[in-house]
Design a protein around this ligand. Sequence first.
Ligand SMILES: Nc1nc2c(c(=O)[nH]1)N[C@H]1C(S)=C(S)[C@@H](COP(=O)(O)O)O[C@H]1N2
Ligand SMILES: [Mo]
Length: 408
Amino acid sequence: MKDNRRKFIKQSVLASLAATLGTNIVFGKNIPNGLELLAFKNNIADQFPGKSNLLTVLNDRPINIETPAHLLNDKLTPNNLFFVRNNGIPPSTIDVNNWSLKITGESVKKSKTYTLKELKSKFENVSYHLTLECGGNGRKEFNPPAKGNQWTTGAVGCAKWTGVRLRDVLKDVGLRSDAVYIGYYGADSHLSGSPDKDSISRGVPIAKAKEEESLIAWAMNDQDIPLLNGYPLRLVFGGYPASCSGKWLSKIAVRNKVHDGQKMKGSSYRTPCKPVAPGAKVKDEDMCIIEDMPVKSLITYPKTGATINLNQQLTVSGHSWTSKLEIIKMELSIDFGMTWTDCNLSDSDNKYAWQHFETKISFPEKGYYEVWARATDSDGNTQPMLLPGWNPKGYLNNACHRIAIKVQ
Ligand SMILES: Nc1nc2c(c(=O)[nH]1)N[C@H]1C(S)=C(S)[C@@H](COP(=O)(O)O)O[C@H]1N2
Ligand SMILES: [Mo]
């Protein structure tokens, strides 16, 4: 029966929608008046330059966007799918021709400033595949809940980063023997708009700064870094929480003490030095700065909720990463962790690159299953099946990733 009360879209509107989509809308004449097409809903690309519509926006002030697990299946995460974690407001105008980086602080012999052009020409240009993961990735699972962006699994990505080694630049500047830490400053502004406050100013111990893979980078996957990921210049430290990898990098201070910039204190990027009971109040002096990120893995194919037939084998793929040398074992379970099957695992391209796993699995009978994934690294660290230790801000959740599968 025809519903005559429904009002349909005008022919002229339909034509313009089709033109925008670049294709014919097959049953377009049935579109009710006022219905917003899904293709135009939540148009992330308009609001957040360089980012795909398929990402999940957790917050728009500051901008925090995560990547659904099934969109992380690429070996290197494309720029438009890479997550965004901002603490403040990105710079609105960027004069790339006059961009400079100042290296200063108590522990440099003399401050020195480099233009972007000088950095590119003066030092060896290098590329590494480096995984960046926000310390708060997986926060959503903690109980009692932790305040902050409720990241599920998508505050992680691995890209090819190109730039110069931080250690080459520090050597050129000349450090004093008392240097223990570096702290970064970026050109983004504090949410309050106050010019005297940094949105974030974190850093790493000097030994981490001097690692071979620690970069000052200007390119991501052979393109300019997207504005929201720190264009035109950023730090990249694999293996440490991504909060150390300063974006819109304008200044580095070489410190003779642990850097004391914005978000280095209190419960920011710090966890209890010793395990505590869920919900416990932890004294300030009992909190330690997060350094190495824990071993972890992610199933990126199939998407959770997939249905397959009993006579089919299911190909499961994903990535695993660690702050240690490499992942040496990758396993899947379909029986809630009672038994585990080894997966094929690729070598790592370089330290801090994620490694890819793929395997085919079969199911014994029809019904509901969960596929769980567990990585083990070269130091013997492995992932907890359920939640790891609770901490006030919900950092470092490296529990096994799970997807739901229905076999029919
Ligand atoms: N200048 C600046 N650098 C920053 C941030 C920021 O807000 N401002 N956020 C940090 C945090 S908490 C994370 S997790 C990473 C996120 O990097 P991405 O947005 O490129 O994914 O950038 C770090 N570097
Ligand atoms: Mo972060």
